[in-house]
Design a protein around this ligand. Structure first.
Ligand code: 6PG
Length: 245
């Protein structure tokens, strides 16, 4: 995964002069963030911009805040300029206001006029056992106006409300990577890859022009067939050969 980060970031910087990545919360990517934290040098942090795929509507210091987790595991350890970090403004009065302000942040950064979807270079997604990804939950996909970049997601009393990038933004991204680990994800990963079950939001991730990559450990891949590098089987989207993450 680090190799992919290096490759995608270098290519983006050569092409556009900067690299933009949208990162997910959850437990799965934590070891990756800890590895990135070791790259004090060797990656061009001055030209790297970090966005969040989604956020819980909680204050920044809250233990459930994705921004808090990213800061702790990674962002505070690398020389990335503060202005290159784009947290969701979860301190706003409502999740809807936070979503609107985050959309403004994205539009300003990517210079994208209303109706235009920005091209993020890399997005890192997780997957829930129920097939959710980002904060797009089965049966609860936020209603999006055409061209809407960020949405508020109202959940039940037991869960924090969320703010999430919308599917059009995710699908416009140049490189989309799903990181999936653990045997509890094996069934859903099989359904997303082979059945493309449209009731599962993770199945709706389909880049318009970019690459879709699944990186999974052996447990999560236990219901996938192996393909040797280079031999693409019928069911293989990109390559579902299990890899170490
Ligand atoms: C979040 C997410 C969410 C996550 C999945 C998987 O902030 O929680 O963006 O979509 O990626 O729930 O979470 P785990 O990695 O903890 O299994």
């Amino acid at each position: 995964m680090i190799k992919k980060w290096v490759e995608v970031s270098q290519a983006a910087i050569e092409r556009e002069g900067f690299f933009s990545a949208a990162l997910s919360g959850g437990k799965t990517p934590v070891p990756l963030y800890q590895k990135l934290a070791l790259f004090k040098k060797g990656l061009d942090w001055e030209k790297t911009h970090i966005f969040l795929v989604d956020e819980r509507f909680v204050p920044f210091h809250h233990p459930d805040s994705n921004y808090h987790m990213l800061k702790d595991t990674f962002l505070d350890q690398v020389p990335i300029p503060r202005q290159n970090i784009h947290p969701v403004p979860a301190g706003e009065a409502t999740a809807e206001i936070a979503a609107r302000k985050y959309e403004e942040d994205l539009r300003t950064f990517f210079k994208s006029s209303p109706g235009k979807i920005p091209d993020v270079d890399l997005i890192l997604l997780g997957m829930g056992e129920d097939g959710h990804t980002a904060s797009l939950f089965p049966g609860r996909l936020p209603f999006n106006e055409p061209g809407q970049l960020v949405a508020a997601v109202m959940l039940d009393e037991m869960r924090h409300n969320r703010i999430t990038l919308t599917l059009p933004v995710i699908n416009q991204t140049k490189t989309i990577i799903f990181l999936v680990t653990g045997k509890n994800k094996a069934e859903v990963l099989g359904k997303v890859i082979y059945k493309k079950d449209s009731t599962l939001p993770a199945s709706l991730v389909a880049p318009k022009m970019g690459n879709l990559i699944f990186l999974s450990d052996l447990e999560a891949s236990s219901q996938l067939s192996y393909h040797k590098e280079g031999s693409q089987g019928d069911a293989c989207r990109n390559c579902c050969r299990p890899r170490r993450v």
